[in-house]
Design a protein around this ligand. Structure first.
Ligand code: AP5
Length: 225
């Protein structure tokens, strides 16, 4: 059977989580978001969460030794054995190398790196207006672009919507600097490997989804030929 081992690349607020939620349903893939895993660890007050919190609040990357082991373990879990959709990992070249090594060890390979490209000005507007469900962080809204039916209430489960701690303007700008300095070089990294696919993230969420879904369906088909 063909395997879809995918990563989503793009700046903060590009729409990675929004699209990952949809693609995971389209292709029955587990959506593995490092940000969501870390926020759950912070909320549970675990040792890992305590280590990660100050970095996340500042908009800096959590150290690689914390992240890499966490993701390698996650990829070995049952639901990820036939494919996965990674959102927020890798974030730098060390993490990308570690992912490559882990996949070789599992006798698997990456299918593609899907880049959702959005300029910095759009990122700030998107993140400043983002609201997420307190119960399920993959339920994502925007006060202007994708408002819930009732203000501050999740359409899907009726829970309260909240603003993320790192969605303050100053922290958003720092996250963008971190993205350009550390994560953007992965675009060239995956391009050199012939794995990069680019998508215009300025379009509406439905349009971006349509393009991503068509591209992933083609990748799956090519893999079975
Ligand atoms: P993480 O949670 O991964 O944050 P991020 O990469 O900054 O991405 P976001 O979740 O902010 O944005 P998104 O692209 O998912 O956009 P969304 O779909 O929500 O990481 C948080 C922190 O954890 C990091 O800063 C770091 O500290 C740590 N961390 C995580 N992974 C790490 C790693 N590998 N290594 C080290 N540290 C790590 O959309 C945003 C908004 O826009 C929403 O309101 C949405 O409704 C709206 N929207 C979406 N699409 C559209 C569209 N097409 N048009 C208009 N609005 C749209």
């Amino acid at each position: 059977m063909s395997e879809l081992n995918l990563i989503l690349l793009g700046p903060p607020g590009a729409g990675k989580g929004t699209q990952a939620d949809r693609l995971s349903e389209d292709f029955s893939l587990p959506h593995i978001s490092t940000g969501d895993i870390l926020r759950a660890q912070v909320a549970d007050g675990t040792e890992l969460g305590r280590k990660a919190k100050s970095y996340m609040d500042a908009g800096d990357l959590v150290p690689d030794d914390v992240i890499i082991g966490m993701i390698v373990d996650r990829l070995g879990e049952g639901d990820a054995r036939d494919g996965f959709l990674l959102d927020g990992f890798p974030r730098n070249e060390q993490q990308a190398d570690a992912l490559g090594t882990a996949l070789v060890g599992l006798d698997r390979r990456l299918t593609a790196a899907l880049l959702i490209d959005v300029p910095d000005e759009d990122v700030v507007r998107r993140l400043a207006g983002r609201r997420v469900c307190v119960l399920n962080p993959s339920h994502i809204y925007h006060v202007d672009f994708d408002p819930p039916k009732h203000a501050d209430v999740c359409d899907q489960d009726g829970a309260r919507l909240i603003q993320r701690d790192d969605d303050r303007e100053e922290t958003i700008r720092h996250r963008l600097e971190v993205y350009h300095g550390q994560t953007e070089p992965l675009i060239a990294y995956y391009d050199r490997a012939g794995l990069l696919r680019r998508f215009d993230g300025r379009r509406s969420a439905d349009e971006v989804h349509g393009h991503l879904r068509a591209a992933v369906a083609t990748l799956r088909l090519e893999d079975t030929l």
